[in-house]
Design a protein around this ligand. Sequence first.
Ligand code: AMP
Length: 287
Amino acid sequence: MLRVLSRIAEVRATVAEWRRAGESLGFVPTMGALHVGHISLVLASRRENRRTIASIFVNPLQFDRKSDLDTYPRTFDADCAMLAEAGVDAVFAPQAFEMYPDGYATRIDQKGLPDHLCGATRPGHFSGVMTVVTKLFNIVAADRAYFGKKDYQQVMIVRRMARDLDMALEVRPMPIVRETDGLAMSSRNRLLLTEHRTAAPGLYRSLKAAESAFRRGEVDSDRLRATVRGEIERIPDARIDYVDIVDPEILAPRRGPIVRGDVLAIAVFFGAVRLIDNIEFGAESPS
Ligand code: AMP
């Protein structure tokens, strides 16, 4: 049975009950509008923990554009049905005032990793993410937390934060789940106009084109970036925010030759909808 909890005190009481019974706990934080990508995190958590708790909270602190916050899809009843079906024990779905009451004043910050990729074009975004994730980690007090590599930079920043601040849980990065046409699953996909949804799988094809070039021996980062840019520029209505190849440890742009494991990451607008995707060189199955 899925327990639906909106208050911090309820979460603490529920978790305390499980802990008294000696049960391990996995945590899956989300912003709702759930899809199979989110459920893959739930299933990973269920494999590794006796109990699984998810959260649904559209965190205002991490939105750099108000219109993005206002239009973010909200499908709470369907989300709860999916979580119940997937065997989640409890979902924490607080209102904003529960997380940020009057007088709330604290933010988390980090040097380095947030300077690159999405952090360069979305000021304050990762500080907002780290702040809410810290609060959620403190509230839920899980053994393991599950994040998708779709948001590659996010999971690396959160893992760094957990290590730096001695948080007593393991951050587990999980593979990207894609639609059959290759488009990375995302809550924002449902905001795409029909013609943009048709065009969007071209993003993954552009990443695969670079991966194929790498397999054929191309290691020059400029040429690989140019390949991807060229592919995306041919997609109707696609507007590039960034195309970058980064060192997976520090997320700084790779100059000169790339190495296996480097991450090719893109952010592209279709109209007002911004999509992100990435691949790790050498890790993809050949197409
Ligand atoms: P969100 O609700 O978009 O904040 O995402 C919640 C979690 O689900 C994050 O850890 C995301 O990285 C992860 N996630 C979102 N889409 C996917 C996907 N297509 N594959 C794997 N994980 C995903």
